[in-house]
Design a protein around this ligand. Structure first.
Ligand code: SF4
Length: 60
């Protein structure tokens, strides 16, 4: 499974990734996105990373 990270120093909390991939991303108490402990997803993670307006999502 891909390694996904969110750079909290970049994230603006727009919520786009949470809307796109709710099984992978969630909003934290600090109003920035974080990666859930997911096992699998049907979501296109590279697409989610490219859709982030501030390029805070990294997929490896
Ligand atoms: S799409 Fe990017 S800026 Fe928006 S909540 Fe997700 S990680 Fe943060």
């Amino acid at each position: 499974m891909a390694k996904v990270t969110v750079d909290k120093s970049l994230c603006t909390g727009c919520g786009l990734c949470v809307d796109t991939c709710p099984d992978v991303f969630e909003m934290g108490d600090d109003s920035v996105a974080r990666v859930k402990d997911f096992k699998s997803t049907s979501c296109d993670l590279k697409d989610a990373a490219e859709s982030c307006p501030v390029e805070a999502i990294s997929v490896k």
